[in-house]
Write a protein that binds this ligand. Structure first.
Ligand code: G4P
Length: 556
């Protein structure tokens, strides 16, 4: 084995690349901060807590963020913990999330689903979960805010199954919640971690107490502490014990293979704000989460050695990577774009020359960067699982591009995801129609919004689609700043979009009041629906059609 291969094996083995999926306010920022407490942060792409008033520089981009008090940027955060290198892909959060949030999940090998114990599965979690399921990546669940009055833990597990359709296996189990939250019991080690508030935010080590199973008389004693009145402790203990017994009988046993295939979610309980249960979670997570996954090709190598549908293992010494996200105007002093690249195999070194499969040309990766707050840091080397930014002054990169040392290969792309917001665009100055067409074309290629048209209508009256409504604002802003076109966005009353395969007659749908037949950029038929009911009507009545939530693979 060559020296590179040996190093690759070592570097791949110690890497974990994941994203946190959650509904706003579940505690993602808090958990991220607490995870960082345990690791020395190597690179922070974008401030973790994007508090607007803490920004020292503002680009046009940041201006939108500032006005809305949100963070648009997907940041990549790398830290080292116990010898592991952890890449945490932060997904844009808050009310308006965008297609980028979904795309980021295409670069993650696992997801941590963060749930507010008082609220259970919320809409945004559900949408993000669907993307993880589509990819079949492992999903770990952290049930947060146990220090607050919570729903019954068994109910929460039931909800995971009923709403998300995923079975779960609790790794820890809570003893009480809210004012009566005493801690969590580790079902594997039989240790109890007694709840302590972390008022100093230091993430100090909490000593776990070893039990000889739940029947250990010490258990009840420990719950009572030095209190005379043991009534409350007894009540908590009885409830805890009966829940645990129920789990033993009716719950799923831990099965790593099912975890790896996204069929079983290991569940942990804690309180991110109190840095409680976080370390335990992190320790099990790095042990159980997968190393960087192999990537499947859709185009074979020129040599024929790698066929379409083959997997490139991360330990292959040949360099491969793909672009999953493009962000424009990150630097106020340059009107540039940064393409985010996930390394899939081989060793990345600055100034390396790689093949750009789509453009069929060689490109030199001279400006690989990671971000530290608003600062850019040049990256000298990186390994599979890592994500780096490429400054793209010439607009050479698109979402889904493969950059590789292996001539010809292309990875299966990053799909377009079904939008839920729709609009038409109105130009204020009709003389600028050409610029508008060009702007829409380029910005949709970049993935800012999706564009649909009526078949045979050319560029006329496009319908814009977005996963998050904020994407329209970004589009408007960039059309004005980069193409000199002022526009008005008129929201359309559609709420669902499906790509349709099968013998479709689009007119049939367009004739109906509640649906519209269009085509996407690649001429794939899409249907827009005004309500859940309209979508259900179509799926129930047109059994010969398939209604897809992601775009079918691009036609050759
Ligand atoms: P997000 O990124 O998912 O939107 O959530 P974020 O971390 O900002 O947390 C949302 C709110 O929930 C914050 O309160 C945060 O302090 C609180 N929180 C997070 N984890 C826990 C927990 O384990 N227990 C309790 N009780 N609260 C938790 P906030 O009042 O909105 O903001 P802040 O003033 O505390 O920053």
């Amino acid at each position: 084995m060559s020296e590179l291969e040996t190093t690759l094996q070592k570097e791949v083995k110690r890497r974990r690349t994941f994203a946190i999926i959650s509904h706003p306010d579940a505690g993602k920022t808090t958990l991220t901060e607490k995870l960082l407490l345990y690791g020395g942060a190597i690179h922070l792409a974008g401030a973790v807590r994007a508090k607007a008033n803490q920004r020292s520089t503002t680009s046009d981009w940041m201006e939108i963020e500032r006005q809305r008090g949100i963070s648009i940027s997907t940041s990549v955060l790398q830290f080292e913990y116990n010898g592991y290198v952890i890449n945490l892909l932060d997904t844009p959060g808050h009310k308006d999330f965008s297609e980028d949030t979904y795309r980021t999940l295409m670069a993650a090998d696992a997801a941590v689903m963060l749930i507010d114990a008082a609220k259970g599965v919320e809409p945004q979690t559900r949408k993000l979960f669907e993307v993880c399921r589509m990819r079949g990546i492992p999903i770990f669940t952290f049930i947060n805010k146990m220090d607050r009055p919570s729903r019954e833990p068994l109910d929460l597990l039931d909800e995971l199954e009923k709403i998300l359709g995923i079975r779960s296996c609790p790794m820890t189990w809570p003893i009480g919640s809210g004012d009566r939250f005493r801690g969590v019991y580790d079902r594997n080690t039989q240790e109890i971690l007694f709840f302590q508030k972390d008022t100093e935010n230091k993430g100090k080590k909490i000593q776990a107490k070893k039990m000889q199973g739940v029947d250990d008389p010490e258990f009840l004693k420990s719950l009572a502490g030095d209190k005379e009145d043991t009534y409350e402790a007894k009540e908590l203990y009885d409830q805890f014990k009966s829940e645990l017994e129920l789990l033993e009988v009716a719950g799923d046993t831990f099965d790593w293979d099912r975890v790896l295939h996204g069929q079983l979610s290991p569940v942990f309980f804690g309180s991110a704000m109190n840095t409680f249960g976080v370390e335990q979670f992190l320790n099990r997570f790095i042990e159980l989460a997968p190393t960087p996954a192999p990537r499947v090709t859709k185009e074979p190598s020129a040599s024929g050695e790698i066929k379409a549908g083959d997997e490139v293992p991360p330990t292959s010494p040949k360099y491969t990577s793909f672009i999953f996200k493009i962000q424009a105007n990150m630097d106020p002093s340059h009107r540039d774009r940064v393409a985010f690249m996930r390394i899939c195999s081989g060793h990345f070194e600055r100034n390396m020359i790689v093949k750009h499969t789509r453009l069929e040309k060689d490109v030199k990766l001279a400006m690989p960067v990671s971000f530290f707050g608003q600062e850019r840091v040049v990256v000298e080397e990186a390994w599979p699982g890592d994500v780096i930014g490429l400054v793209d002054t010439n607009g050479s990169f698109r979402i889904g591009d493969t950059l590789t040392a292996i001539k010809g290969i292309e990875f299966t792309g990053v799909p377009s995801f079904s939008p839920e917001h729709f609009a038409s665009v109105i130009i204020m100055d009709p003389m600028k129609r050409k610029q508008l067409t060009k702007g829409l074309e380029q910005l949709s290629e970049e993935g800012v919004v999706q564009i649909y048209r009526q078949r045979g209508m050319g560029d006329k009256d496009p319908v814009l689609g977005a996963v998050g409504a904020l994407q329209f604002e970004v589009l408007q802003h960039r059309l004005a700043a980069e193409y000199g076109v002022e526009t008005k966005i008129d929201k359309l009353p559609y709420v669902h979009c499906r790509w349709v395969t099968g013998p479709i007659n689009a007119d049939q749908f367009s004739r109906r009041e509640d649906s519209l037949g269009l085509v996407d950029r690649d001429d794939n038929p899409v249907l827009l629906f005004k309500s859940d009911w309209a979508l259900r009507y179509a799926t129930d009545n047109y059994k010969d059609l398939q209604f897809l939530t992601t775009a079918p693979a691009k036609k050759a």
